[in-house]
Design a binder for this molecule. Structure first.
Ligand SMILES: Cc1cc2nc3c(=O)[nH]c(=O)nc-3n(C[C@H](O)[C@H](O)[C@H](O)COP(=O)(O)OP(=O)(O)OC[C@H]3O[C@@H](n4cnc5c(N)ncnc54)[C@H](O)[C@@H]3O)c2cc1C
Length: 437
């Protein structure tokens, strides 16, 4: 008689999008315990903890997804979320108040972009042709698998005109990589473009949340996990996992067969076992971050922004989101300021005043804001720097500790898609390792 194999007992530490995706991947095949230090699940992509302050909703930060987020989409389908109820899907639009404006054309790739840019407005034809030539050069650079360099170095080598630097590449890199041009990885940018804008028209679509991120992901994911018997412990900070002599892991005296460590890198450093080799500890400690600030403003009158996403090449706000376009109250806007540490603004009222000044450039008659909420995440994302190498996980895997998180994705910057893909990989690696025991 073959012995009956019992389900492994697995702990997932961290209920951000990486931990939730790992937990959903594991819950039907393991006895699962999910630890989350915060009161709410969702991590950096969660509904704001401080209430909505009279706004239709507030998130910890304005998030924008793209059609290329296939693992996010598959996960949402699995936990029963309908994309149309959650997001507004729009063709990629580039609308700068003070620069180039185009929208992808309803044609197959790569014509969707080429025709879209050539039909674009507010920029001379020469500039649009130059942009397409630089894009084609980046595609060739990527196809040749050349060594990484910073986006700024590459643009300088190609003598890209200043107008295109400030009116296209800078806002693109800030938005996609949340990293300054001088350090941003050209290869990471090319991976994002390859899977997004260059892949297919639908991959480049924007998906803008119409509801708070908690109701889109964290709550349905927790409900799915509960339905499948997971033990969910919110407001519970897991202590450092301790490998036991028999190969299992103790967490605060409870024994597990394996652990998914789905916390941000600055928190992971504190959870690594004491005997973790110095190079792994150093790799974790050396991960650098950049801030993102989100400013929500509410006015008495509708804010008639010209596009769902209106950008500025020289504003404090890089993008203003017209919430009316999402079916939300049309007197609310959200503003995104990536790499916001470089702005030198500290106080919430100064952020609100600076963003309001940008709104006035487009809507001079909007009046004064009635309410403002400013949220700065100092460690919003890790720096997507040229030559960045994620920590080597082999030693931890041998101790049945499987890290997951946006910072571990080998090709993408810190995004929801990177977090979800990393959670799924960690879960699969964990199950494969336990099977081999
Ligand atoms: C303001 C802002 C704007 C952003 N905009 C976008 C965007 O437009 N598009 C996009 O794709 N991405 C965006 N991102 C990035 C995206 O939010 C992250 O990449 C993603 O949420 C990271 O998920 P994660 O699960 O890897 O980590 P986290 O979200 O950090 O999750 C880790 C979890 O672990 C928990 N934890 C830590 N220590 C412990 C412990 N000891 N025990 C238990 N729990 C613990 C934490 O509380 C947290 O919930 C943005 C991020 C921010 C902050």
């Amino acid at each position: 008689m073959t012995p009956t194999r019992t389900r492994p007992k697995i702990a997932v530490i961290g209920a951000g999008w990486a931990g939730l995706s790992a937990a959903v991947q594991l819950v039907r095949r393991a006895d699962l315990t999910l630890f989350e230090a915060g009161r709410k699940a969702g991590g950096r992509a969660r509904a704001s903890g401080g209430g909505s302050h009279g706004f239709s909703f507030l998130d910890n930060g304005q998030h924008i997804c793209i059609g290329a987020y296939r693992s996010v989409s598959a996960l949402l389908t699995r936990i029963g979320v309908n994309e149309q109820n959650a997001f507004l899907r729009l063709p990629l639009q580039w609308y700068l108040h003070d620069g180039l404006r185009f929208q992808t054309a309803p044609l197959p790739a790569p014509l969707h972009l080429a025709v879209g840019v050539l039909l674009g407005k507010n920029a001379p034809l020469g500039q649009k042709v130059r942009l397409l030539r630089d894009m084609a050069a980046l595609k060739r650079h990527h196809a040749a698998a050349r060594a990484d360099c910073s986006v700024a170095d590459w643009l300088r080598r190609r003598r890209v005109p200043r107008k295109l630097m400030t009116g296209f590449w800078q806002p693109l890199v800030w938005g996609a990589l949340n990293t300054p041009l001088e350090t941003a990885s050209l290869n990471t940018l090319a991976h994002v473009l390859r899977d997004g804008v260059w892949a297919a028209k639908s991959s480049s679509d924007y998906l803008i949340p119409k509801r708070d991120l908690g109701s889109i992901m964290a709550e349905p994911a927790l409900a799915y996990l509960r339905r499948h018997g997971a033990d969910i412990r919110l407001s519970t900070r897991a202590p450092q996992p301790c490998p036991l002599p028999d190969g299992r892991i103790s967490i605060g005296g409870e024994t597990f067969d394996a652990v998914i460590m789905a916390v941000a890198p600055q928190h992971a450093a504190a959870l690594l076992p004491d005997d973790t080799p110095a190079d792994i500890q150093t790799a974790y400690r050396n991960i650098r971050h950049h801030a993102i600030t989100t400013v929500y403003l509410r006015y008495a009158r509708p804010v008639a922004l010209p596009a769902a996403l209106t950008g500025f090449s020289d504003g404090t706000a890089q993008w203003l989101i017209r919430r009316g376009a999402l079916g939300l109250p049309d007197n609310e806007i959200a503003a995104v300021i990536s790499v916001s540490g470089q702005c030198g603004i500290g106080k919430a009222e100064d952020w609100a005043a600076a963003v309001h000044a940008d709104v006035l450039r487009v809507c001079p008659d909007v009046g004064e804001p009635l309410a403002a909420q400013v949220i700065t995440e100092k460690r919003a994302t890790h720096a997507a720097a040229a030559g960045r190498v994620p920590p080597d996980l082999a030693w931890l895997h041998r101790r049945r500790i499987f890290p997951a998180g946006d910072y571990l994705h080998p090709r993408y910057p810190a995004t929801l898609e990177a977090a979800v893909q990393s959670g799924i990989s960690a879960a699969d690696e964990c199950l494969a390792a336990l099977k081999a025991v």
